[in-house]
Design a protein around this ligand. Structure first.
Ligand code: ADP
Length: 212
């Protein structure tokens, strides 16, 4: 068995078939609770959680990619696809190399990526998406309230300003939502994000257990 390391190179060859990462996507608008659910799943053995926003936030802001992140995220825009997917693939490849993510036994839980159709297309050779958990919250004002609370608690500059928040929500509607169509209704599981986190987690886990 051969695992792609994210850069398209094979790793740990037990044979010659290229395997894709078994993947669950946590999907939803900013503030819907993707990170909370990702962390819960990631704490369970045999799941490996990777949040794209966290990858960006961990960058040294003096590097070109760190600068690009600051520039785009502070305007509520997506970082360009090529930079994003390259960085994500390098990080995942490193996690495989360090044996933190063991693709032969771990499921990958992604939040924040793919965030548009183009990213989904670029990643199609690397991830085998089993289920997309769409955390729904039609009440935009409720999301805005959540984001503002988070801005204070987590020092998130992109959540602090009304104009940037509204731009992020528009970016989600126009650019990210088409990802749901890309994977198709049969893979998407809609979950009411206004429920308590434990209820959302329960629904996600029930779904995974029912369709392993
Ligand atoms: P949230 O959880 O509120 O949706 P994130 O922490 O995932 O926000 O992302 C913060 C910002 O990082 C985004 O607004 C965007 O600028 C950038 N970003 C994160 N993931 C991606 C991605 N896959 N593609 C492009 N930009 C991204």
């Amino acid at each position: 068995m051969l695992w792609v390391d994210g850069l398209g190179r094979g790793r740990s060859g037990f044979g010659d078939i290229c395997m894709k990462y078994r993947t669950y996507l946590i999907f939803g608008a900013p503030g819907a609770g993707k990170g909370t659910q990702g962390k819960i799943l990631g704490a369970i053995p045999r799941f490996f959680h990777c949040a794209c926003g966290d990858v960006f936030r961990s960058l040294d802001t003096r590097t070109p990619v760190g600068q690009a992140f600051l520039e785009y995220s502070s305007r509520g825009q997506l970082v360009p696809d090529e930079i994003t997917v390259k960085l994500w693939m390098a990080v995942i490849g490193d996690m495989v190399g360090l044996h933190k993510f063991k693709p032969d036994i771990d499921a990958l839980v992604l939040d924040g990526i793919p965030r548009n159709r183009e990213q989904a297309e670029i990643m199609t050779n690397v991830i085998d998406v089993r289920r997309v958990f769409h955390l729904t919250c039609p009440d935009r004002e409720a999301l805005i309230t959540r984001l503002k609370k988070r801005a204070v608690k987590e020092n998130r500059f992109d959540d602090a300003n009304d104009e940037v928040i509204r731009k992020r929500l528009t970016t989600y509607e126009n650019e990210s939502k088409p990802v749901l169509e890309y994977y198709g209704e049969s893979k998407v599981c809609h979950i009411d994000a206004t429920q308590a986190p434990v209820a959302v987690a329960h629904q996600i886990l029930s779904e995974i257990l029912a369709n392993p």
